[in-house]
Structures are given as C-alpha cells and as structure tokens.
Ligand binder design. Structure first.
Ligand code: PLP
Length: 424
C-alpha cells in the first residue's frame, strides 16, 4: 500500500532536531537568525506556526469588534476560529475550481463597510496570480494577507511583493517541515513591530515538548515506510481501529481547541531546525514532485478533474481529485494499493447569517467531492501510470452507470412518447 503522504523530512533532520534539544539554548538569537535568513530587509517574524502568526497579525491590527475578514472559502478550521476569537467576523469567498481561489468579482461582492482584511490561500501547492485580487482589495482599502502554508518552495519565493503579509508554515505535513514553525513576512512596519512586541510577551515553547514531537514524528515516518505501513493497516483492521481517523489526527500537530496553544514563542531547538531546513533546502525533491504531478495531471485529463489545475507554478504539495462518489473511489484506490483519503483537515468557511448571496456553494461542492491521492518522489513513474488508470477506470465506471441509467429511464419514456407515432 502506498501511504497517502510522506513526511517531508529526513532522518538527519530528526537527529539534528533531537540533538538541538540538548545543545541549543539561545532561542532569541536563533529566531533572529531565521528571520534574517528569510528577509534581508528585516521584514520577517518567526513564530510557532502560521496560526500563531495569523493571530498575532489580527491582534496587531486592533480592529473594531465585528469587523469583517474575507477568507478563501476553504482553509483549516483554526484559521477561522482565530478570527472569531479576536471578535471579528469571517466571511467566505467562494472558490473557482481551476485556481482554487476566489475571483476578483467574488471579492468585490463580499465587501461591506465593515470589511478590513482579506486572506487568500494558495492551495494544494499551486500559486495564485494575486495581481487582480490585490488590486480589488486596494480599491476598498483592505489589508491583504496571503496564506502560503501550502505553497512553500524554499527561499525562491518569500511572498508576493505587493501583499501586506505573507505567511509560510513549517508544520508537520508541509514541504520541508521542521515539525512546527511559521514565518510571516510583513511589509507594513507598524504591523511588524506590534507583532514582534506581542510575541515577546508569550511564554516559550518547552524544548521537551519539542523533543516529544521529534520522537513522535520519527515514529510516524518509520511506520509510513511501505512494508511497515501495510502491516500497520492490517493490524488496525484486525483490532477494529480506524487508522484513517488515527492518521489524520496524528498529523494535525496541535492537540486541543483553544487559541492559547498557539500563543507561545518557538523554542530554541525548533528555531535551530527551521534554520537548518532553510539553509539546506533541496529543490530537487520539489522538482521531482512537480514532474510527478504534471504527469498524473496529463494522464487523468480530461476524465478526472484536479482542483487548481490551472495554477502555475504548481508543485503539487498534495494531489486532490474530484469524484462524484468519493467513498467508492477511495475504496477502489485502496483495493489497488493506493491509500487515498477524503481528508479531514480542511473546512468550508461558514457564511454569516442572512447573507445567502455570498454562500460558498462551489467550495462546498468541491470539498464534498474531493479526495487526496498519494503523490511523492518515492512513488515510481510506473505506479503513477497505474494510479491514473485506476482513476480513469473509476470515472468511466460511474460515467457508464450514469449513461446506463439515462438510457433505461429515458428510453422507457422515449418509447412511451414516441413508439406509436414511429410505428405509424
Ligand atoms: C497548514 C495550514 C495552515 C496552518 O499552518 P500551521 O503552521 O500549522 O499553523 C494554515 N493555512 C493553510 C491553508 C494550511 O494548509
């Protein structure tokens, strides 16, 4: 069985992370180092996570309660909770299927007199052309933030120059993970200073909790190796344990629900590991993934859609496909040895009551139909061809069953209506 996802971190990184828990003590100096690495114009803030950075950013803006924050309609639930916790109102922007981003028209329609901020996510590893969206936001005087958590490609892209802030994540399932850590590049000086000052008041993440993370994820990486993973899946099946839920929960990163858990400064060993991942960034593995994504895209088109197909550049951080019957497609893929999943990490941003005109319909449909298939450099090309075959066969099977249905039903009606005149 090909596991759904491989953690993008090597054994040497785990070892360095563990060692840093015993040898690196100067968290402030290491954090400065990371920030300077990310931005030579001193525009970076190093945080515990993107969620911490988003919370700090909204705090720094000090908006009147009830101010509205426009958000890409699909994101992780905590990004929405943070907005609400700050006393602000999240407003969804419906996504287009080809870019997995809202159109400028959708943004324009969602703006009211209370709108202050807009957060656009680059989803699935692609990069959205933000030009028209930023232009529209400027027209309404909004603070423009881009969520680049899924779009990390190393130091080659540290954010869209015209955005007010760009958020990058080193969370556990992200590209070049450091098992945590966020980097915000903030181009408004006042905002940047306030975020830094607020963060200085936070307690520091404990190095021992970071060590526990290193151990936990080393174990998960071990289990995701192909033969071990197959054995683990079998064990779960025997014991009646839902490994799908267990895996999705295990990689989520933070336990619990409250926002207080993000309000910590990164520990020194976390800073050391982020610094290591930045300096040793390996473009080759991202390039390999990109090539595999492009191959799979080409092989499944036009029968199967992958949301965000029109994005460029696109490194296929994950590979989502749409199915009219996701559980059936997942079952078919699993039977063929591909551990696909509907995923449980993303949610649709709920619309405020009484504003039906901005209900994110396309986004709801997208999430309901979406499954993730395995795609990473360890997956050989031959297997990608086989994966594409399974996906195409699955789409064709459903197509045929729809046609068969249409044929039987409509023929009966057609016959009833036309048989006599035809015979006459
Ligand atoms: C992962 C992710 C986040 C959160 O990143 P953390 O660093 O784990 O807080 C935010 N937004 C999107 C779109 C993500 O994929």
């Amino acid at each position: 069985m090909w596991v759904r996802k491989r953690l993008d971190i090597g054994w040497a990184d785990f070892a360095a992370g563990a060692a840093a828990c015993f040898t690196r003590w100067n968290g402030c100096r290491l954090a400065r180092l990371v920030e300077q690495r990310w931005s030579d114009a001193d525009e970076a803030v190093f945080t515990l996570s993107v969620r911490s950075a988003w919370d700090l950013l909204l705090g720094a803006l000090d908006l009147p309660p009830g101010s509205e924050v426009l958000m890409s309609g699909l994101t992780i639930p905590d990004m929405v909770r943070i907005v609400e916790h700050r006393g602000l109102v999240p407003v969804p922007l419906d996504l287009e299927l080809d870019t997995a981003a809202p159109s400028p028209e959708t943004l324009r329609r969602a703006v009211t007199a209370r709108t202050r901020v807009v957060l656009i996510a680059h989803l699935f590893g692609g990069r959205v052309d933000l030009g028209p969206l930023i232009e529209e936001s400027r027209r309404h005087g909004l603070v423009f933030v881009e969520d680049c958590a899924q779009a990390y490609v190393g130091p080659a892209f540290t954010g869209t120059p015209e955005a007010d802030a760009s958020l990058f994540s080193f969370g556990t399932i992200k590209t070049a993970t450091a098992l945590g850590g966020g980097l915000a590049r903030v181009r408004r000086r006042d905002m940047l200073e306030r975020m830094r000052r607020a963060q200085e008041g936070y307690p520091r993440q404990s190095r021992w909790s970071f060590l526990r993370r290193v151990l936990k994820y080393s174990f998960l990486k071990l289990v995701s190796l192909r033969p071990l993973f197959a054995a683990a899946v079998r064990l779960c099946r025997w014991t009646g344990y839902d490994y799908d839920r267990a895996l999705n929960a295990a990689v989520r990163g933070f336990g619990g629900e409250g926002v207080e858990r993000f309000r910590r400064r990164p520990s020194a060993p976390l800073a050391a590991l982020v610094s290591r991942r930045l300096s040793k960034y390996n473009a080759r593995s991202v390039n390999q993934k990109t090539r595999r994504g492009e191959l799979l895209s080409a092989l499944i088109a036009p029968a199967v859609h992958s949301p965000g197909w029109a994005l460029s550049p696109h490194n296929y951080w994950v590979f989502p496909v749409l199915s009219d019957d996701p559980p059936a497609t997942v079952a078919r893929l699993k039977a063929a040895g591909f551990d696909a999943t509907q995923g449980q990490s993303m949610c649709v941003v709920p619309g405020p009551a009484g504003r039906d005109e901005i209900e994110p319909r396309q986004t709801r449909e997208l999430l309901a139909k979406m499954i993730y298939v395995p795609l990473y450099p360890a997956l050989p090309e031959r297997e990608i061809h086989r994966l594409a075959d399974v996906l195409r066969a699955d789409a064709a099977a459903r197509q045929t069953s729809v046609e068969a249905h249409v044929t039987e039903e409509s023929l009966r009606q057609h016959d009833a209506a036309h048989l006599e005149p035809v015979e006459r």
